[in-house]
Structures are given as C-alpha cells and as structure tokens.
Design a protein around this ligand. Sequence first.
Ligand SMILES: *Cc1c(COP(=O)(O)O)cnc(C)c1O
Length: 436
Amino acid sequence: MKYYSTNKQSPIVDFKEATINGQAPDKGLYFPEAIPQIEKELIENIDKFSNEEIAFRVIKPYVGNTITDEKLFQIVSETVNFPIPLVKVNENISSLELFHGPTLAFKDIGARFMSRCLGHFVKDDSRTVTVLVATSGDTGGAVANGFYDVEGVEVVILYPSGKVSPVQEKQLTTLGKNIKAFEVEGTFDDCQQMVKQAFTDKDVTDKLFITSANSINVARWLPQQFYYFFAYKQWINSPIGDGGNTPVISVPSGNFGNICAGILAMQSGLPVKHFIAACNANDIVTGYLQTEQLQPKQAIATLSNAMDVGNPSNFVRILEIFQHQFPELKSKLSSYSISDAETVAIIKEVYQKESYVLDPHGAVGYLALQHYLKENTGQKGMVLETAHPVKFPDAVENCIGRSIEIPEAVQSIMSKEKQSIQMKADYQQFKAYLIT
Ligand SMILES: *Cc1c(COP(=O)(O)O)cnc(C)c1O
C-alpha cells in the first residue's frame, strides 16, 4: 500500500515512511491510494475468527511488506490483548466499552499499535527517537504507556499543571524509565505551542531525531478500525442483532480520527447502517453537515474535554473517503451537538433508569444516538464509550451521587509517587532541557 498526502504536494510513501514522518512534508495527511476490500468470508464467518486474526487481516493490506507477517501478528496480538465488550444498556442501545486497556481510554489501541510499529522501524537506526507530545489528559497517558520500555524511543510529554484529572496525572508521571513528563504552568495550548516550536527549531532537529505521536499518524489512525469489527462480531451474536439488522454507530468525536477509522472500515465492507458524529459545543462538523461549509473556530472548554477541538484535523480524511461528494457523505453520516447541561442530564438519566454509568464523552455519544433513533424508528445502535468514567470523576460523581471505584488496573499507580519536571510556559527553558 502506498500513501499520498491530502495536499498532493509530497512524494508517495509506504507505511514505514508514513509512520516515521507522521505528517506529510506539505502539512497534508497521509491517505491510502486505495481502500482495500475485506474478504466476504471474514464478514460472513466473523465469529469463527479470533480478535487477533481479525485485526491482522484488517491491517495487513495497509502495512504491505514493511513488516513481516510474523512480526505484524505479534504486534496486533499485543495491541488487542484486553477485553472490548459490547454491553447492552437497553433494548435499542448498546455500549462498546473501549476503556479496558491500560490507561482506560480508546486511545490505547492506536498508541499501542503505533509504538510497536515505530519501535520496530527504528530498531536498526543508531539514533534514539524522541517522541514529543502535548496532552490535555488522555493522549499523553496512552502514548506514554504504549511506548513504555520500547527500546530506542524516548518520550517527552508536556501537560498543563492542575488541568488533568488525578488518575490522568498519575498515568503521565509514574512510569519513569524512558518516559519524561513536563508539568507546565499554563494551558494545553501553551504545551502544544512549545511542541510545535521544537519541531521547527533547527538547533533541536539537528541534535535530536524527533517525531510526534498525535492522532494523524497512520499507525495510530488505521488500527482504530479493529474494534468496529469486534463490535460487529458481538452484535450479530446477540439478540439485539437478530433479524440481520445492522447497527447505527455513534462516535464521540473531537479530532475525528476514531470515527474516520470506522467509516473506512465500512467502506472496506463492514456492515454499518449509519454513523453519527457526536460533538459537544464544538460543533464545526455538525454545522458542516447543515451548510456544506467547514468553519474552524476557537475551541470551547466543555465537560467532555478530550473533544474540545475547534478545527478537527482528521475531517479531511472523511472528505477523501467520500471523494468530496457531499450527498454521498450526508447519506452515511449525521451529527448532533450536545451541551454540557444535556450531558449532565443524560448521565443522571441513564444511571437512574439503566444503572449504567457513562463518562461525559460517552454521554455525548449516547444522547446523539438517542436523538437519531427517535427520528429513525425501528433502528438500533451502539455508542462507543471512549473512556472510563473514573477519569472524569468531578463531572460524573456529581451526577450519580456516589464515588466511582477505581478499577484494579490503575489502583496500583494511585499510590506511586508523581515524578514531573515543573516549568513555566517558556520555550527557551524547555529547549534547554531537551538539548543539554
Ligand atoms: C480523544 C478522545 C475522543 C475524541 O476522539 P477523536 O478521534 O479525536 O475524535 C473522545 N473521547 C475520549 C475519551 C478521548 O480521549
């Protein structure tokens, strides 16, 4: 498989080069030259395949011969080695729980796959790769965990002091080894700005081999298709999927990488009735579907803060999938914008009625799906629950009136000591740390 840049001004590359580059030199996003078709045999007999086999078959055409089959199978097996259950919430709605990985967020899948691919690609390089990442909470944890102890890779994370939740902070700061966390007196935008500046600073790039691990990297984007297939496998085997109905899938969206992977899976042959882009107050795509105009805005802070994105970078890939045909796109994708007040209300309601605890991101997805199912009766759907509610305790505990138990997987880190380098939002200070 070859990849071109959506800006069409960069050379065509293979999977290895696309992974190492992250973004194309012309600032476009890499996109596959063709969308591979999944064998009918896999879809029709999906329950006879293990998750590892499904993941391998889905990703193989994208990786081509840049990784041997044996190594690729090992990578996908390590990527998907935790449960991803489809849980029935009520007669019409199920929840695909993507939060059972090491950092309790769906980003674990992409980060685990990417880190292993990158580690494999640079292993014969004498240089150490430094992965720079700014985080508002979830990304940093998943990336740090994915790259932990990967040989030849150093990870540098910047996060805004006091602006991530306690569980998130522990996930960023207690690993040690090849993971360094900078606690910045400032906002997420300050962190992001310093990372961007480092990438364009010749003193830094001469001295360090730096790369990013953000969600536009193909090695983070493409493996997100896996769980759409795992969901379908469980859907057709449950009473909810009886009678051959295919699911409506609602995806809480920020940068639109997750939903774009789902749409790609559908275009490859996965049966999906319709996609819903569930947005918070950051409603750029909701507006686009009404007006056909994409108008980036300043991000607005909300309860579902991992979706506070004013200019979703992966949306261009969705346009590319539909070859910029608006009617085609509109027939497969709807979008709703959900306010914080509605988010709080639906968390309460679903807890009271169904005894199911949603996190604020999943709650946005749930309500958007409920709206759609009301307008399109007779259909059923699933929401992607992208994070464990314990990562957003302030919002959720207020709604449900009790505390949320910390899952065993993260209990051990809560007692570990935080190790961070505290600094001002000052690029020169950061640069000095990086290159001396
Ligand atoms: C990152 C994130 C999202 C948004 O995913 P995109 O792929 O950027 O659209 C949604 N929910 C949670 C919990 C996240 O961490």
